[in-house]
Design a protein around this ligand. Structure first.
Ligand code: ADP
Ligand code: MG
Length: 736
């Protein structure tokens, strides 16, 4: 029996056994949330009050901690860990691979008298020195310069990774090179948070002197597919690339629109419950779960958090989710486009700014026309998207997302913002210095429905086709792919909005200087701010589009407006190297020029590597799994034709001969294109420049994958099912 058939057979028995073994969680979430986190409660219990105060002060003000306090914290932390049966600790960091890394050490040591003890010192907590030579550096160092450091990030909670066999303390950390350059995604995010905090606080003080801190908030929504683990293992493309390189579409997929918000299949439901419980224990405030549009596609979303913590939590969840799935005989696909022809997966970034006084700066309130502080942040965010849309586009560029953007299921590669008609009408009135036709405070109109009178709460409808819609009290960046490390798009969002706020503030300062003392000073100041906002808004309107972003008309209209439509990763990443963009990063103190170039190098190299891996697999799967299945069936047909002829059934034999001709045509198509691909790969070897390499692969080699696939998928429709070795789409998408 083929691996595929065996896998299919094994699924029935899996269902019952896994459900039987599920323990019932008999505690409310509030009792186990944060159980494995060195959070406020554990800190209070294990740290002296003054030390905890000092730690919190350092975190709030982005100030380094001194050695003496670090030693006390390390001792308290160790006690908490030992009480939780922890044996090892690791710095847990996010190198430029987009994933997380760890290197475990035990607490176990010898003291002076060679007695076995458990210990971690302050300096071991703060700094570790892993061999960094195998992390991507984008040319920041040569391979022989191996030294790098991981440095504790006290802003993100320390947590414990538990399994039945042992527990490890994970200490969130930064990764830097020996010469101090940033080699991770986290340090830039924190720097960008400080940047936007500084300027936003200044801007806030124009309206409210009580505001002393502003923090970006982030609520992500993670989409993913779930497939049976045995079927997954029988597909080398899923195992190695996370997406199917072959596969004829299932006769039924999402056309009945019956999966979105549908009832969650029981085996998947059990797995979701278990990973959510683990996530909650790790302090990830998961709130929402539901079926997504494609069959076997799901989504989870937490309550929003400060952006740096949200980023760590998303990475932790992406790691955790597949580990738990394996326990249930399932596998999770976080790739942007695992299956051709059905929806891909994204990761929406809901982004806003929170003040230390408890305000959401993007919350218009009931009287937005009187809320100049809201308008300031709202309009400047739109202006930032308008000016820097290309940089924002670069943050979502990846081999996986190239399959998704613009595929009528995800926002197009054209960056625009949608604010909804109500908000736009309101802003036009604001520009024209008149009352809005429909005042926004009427948004809460009653909408009586059958027996239940209720009030509309939202200033805007949803625009699911827009890459950057305003969704009542936050912006939702919808274009990032499901596998992206949220740190990068969020860092860039923070930088561009901060830079725009700086420009705004500079203009305000200049105008304020000319003001003379007068009893109406506040009014005059407000008028100045209004005028500046009007000017900024009027200049930024080309980025606004409330209509259907999937339509052809929008592509044409966007071109007329001069908006970019960057369709591929190599082109999108190259933008990072433009002089003015490097300057933006450097002048805001986030990256040095070398660091920007390094990041571009890492991203473009990853793109090239991923496509090279795919090209090898297309070749291997076609030759070792598809063609042999086809040849087996072909031989059967040949025997049949001969037999029919022997018995004198000439006409009947002819029908099967035609079928054989069809098969030969598609086999030829595969073989010829494999050869074409091989020849192009020989040319590729001679291209040394990474950008040229990426462009060559994207424009010359990648299109051949589709041609080979076309022929193979046609053959899948012809060949006897029992010969076909790769699990089929209908099995991957519907069997569980
Ligand atoms: P919906 O967009 O479906 O109406 P919600 O408003 O509850 O649902 O939010 C969707 C996502 O946006 C959730 O992940 C949520 O945490 C996040 N979110 C809500 N408010 C904010 C905010 N102020 N800042 C950042 N993210 C937010
Ligand atoms: Mg969604």
């Amino acid at each position: 029996m083929s691996v595929r058939m065996k896998s299919l057979e094994s699924i029935n028995s899996k269902n019952s056994s896994e459900m039987m073994n599920m323990p019932l969680m008999d505690k409310p979430v509030s009792e186990y949330f944060n159980e494995f986190v060195f959070g406020p409660e554990a800190k209070r219990k294990y740290l002296p009050v003054q030390v905890l105060e000092k730690l919190n002060y350092c975190i709030e003000n982005y100030i380094p901690l001194d050695k003496e306090n670090a030693d006390i914290i390390a001792a308290g932390l160790k006690n908490w860990a030992i009480d939780n049966h922890v044996t090892h600790y690791t710095h847990w960091f996010q190198p430029l691979t987009g994933k997380t890394s760890e290197k475990h050490d035990t607490f176990f040591q010898f003291d002076k008298n060679w007695r076995a003890i458990e210990k971690i010192s302050g300096s071991e907590l703060i700094i570790q020195e892993p061999d960094g030579s195998s992390f991507p550096t984008g040319g920041l160092r040569s391979t022989h310069e191996a030294r790098s450091y991981t440095v504790w990030d006290p802003t993100s909670p320390i947590f414990i990774r538990c399994t039945r066999y042992g527990n490890t303390l994970c200490i969130p950390a930064f990764l830097i090179s020996y010469t101090g350059e940033s080699l991770d995604m986290k340090a830039p995010l924190l720097k960008s948070m400080k940047l936007i905090d500084d300027i936003s606080t200044k801007v806030c003080k124009l309206f409210d002197v009580n505001i002393n801190k502003v923090i970006p908030t982030l609520g992500w929504e993670q989409e993913y597919f779930v497939v049976d683990a045995s079927l997954f293992n029988a597909r080398p493309d899923l195992v190695l690339c996370g997406r199917t390189l072959f596969g004829n579409g299932s006769a039924r997929d999402q056309q009945l629109a019956d999966h979105y918000f549908g009832t969650i299949p029981e085996r998947v439901y059990n797995f979701i419950i278990e990973f959510e419980q683990e996530a909650l224990r790790l302090g990830i405030p998961i709130k929402t779960r539901h079926n997504e549009v494609a069959p076997n596609q799901f989504e989870c979303a937490p309550h929003f958090e400060f952006a740096n913590i949200a980023a760590d939590h998303n990475l932790l969840l992406m790691d955790k989710i597949d580990k738990v799935a394996i326990r249930h005989g399932l596998r999770v696909l976080i790739h942007e486009k695992p299956f051709q022809g059905v929806n891909g997966s994204g990761k929406h970034h809901n982004w806003s700014l929170a003040t230390d006084t408890g305000l959401n700066l993007l919350e218009p309130g009931n009287e937005p026309h009187k809320n100049l502080m809201f308008l300031t942040f709202f309009i400047n965010t739109i202006a930032a998207i308008f000016k820097y849309s290309d940089i924002l586009r670069a943050t979502i560029a990846s081999a996986g997302n190239d399959h998704r953007l613009g595929a009528s299921e995800a926002p197009p590669a054209i960056i625009s913002a949608s604010i909804g008609e109500n908000m736009e009408n309101f802003l036009i009135a604001f520009i024209e210095d008149r009352q809005p036709d429909i005042p926004l405070d009427k948004i809460g109109d009653k909408l009586d429905y059958l027996l239940v009178p209720f009030k509309k709460q939202h200033t805007t409808d949803r625009n699911r086709t827009s890459p950057f819609p305003f969704t009542s009290n936050k912006f939702e960046f919808r274009a990032p792919g499901s596998s992206v490390n949220v740190s990068f798009p969020t860092t860039i969002l923070n930088i561009i909005v901060a830079n725009q706020l700086k420009e705004f503030y500079r203009k305000v300062e200049i105008e304020f200087e000319n003001l003379s003392d007068s009893p109406n000073i506040i009014e005059e100041q407000n008028q100045i701010i209004k005028n500046i906002l009007k000017e900024i808004y009027t200049q930024s309107t080309p980025i606004l589009f409330n209509g259907d972003n999937y339509s052809k008309e929008w592509v044409e209209e966007a071109e007329k407006r001069g908006l970019s439509n960057i369709s591929s990763t190599p082109e999108a990443l190259e933008v990072l190297l433009q002089k003015e963009n490097i300057e933006l990063f450097v002048k805001n103190g986030i990256f040095t020029e070398k660091e920007v170039i390094a990041r571009y190098n890492v991203a473009i190299e990853e793109y090239v590597n991923k496509l090279e891996i795919e090209s090898v697999l297309v070749d291997e799967i076609a030759q070792t799994l598809i063609i042999p299945a086809v040849v087996n069936y072909q031989n059967n047909l040949i025997k049949n034709v001969k037999g029919l002829k022997d018995l004198g059934f000439e006409q009947e034999a002819e029908v099967h001969k035609n079928q054989l001709k069809k098969i030969s045509k598609h086999l030829d198509g595969i073989m010829q294109n494999i050869e074409n691909m091989e020849n192009l790969k020989k040319e590729l070897v001679n291209i040394t420049n990474l950008q040229d390499k990426a462009v060559f692969i994207n424009s010359r080699i990648k299109p051949i994958f589709d041609i080979i696939r076309f022929h193979a998928d046609k053959l899948e429709m012809i060949v006897d099912d029992k010969f076909w070795k790769l699990p089929k789409y209908r099995e991957l998408l519907f069997v569980h």
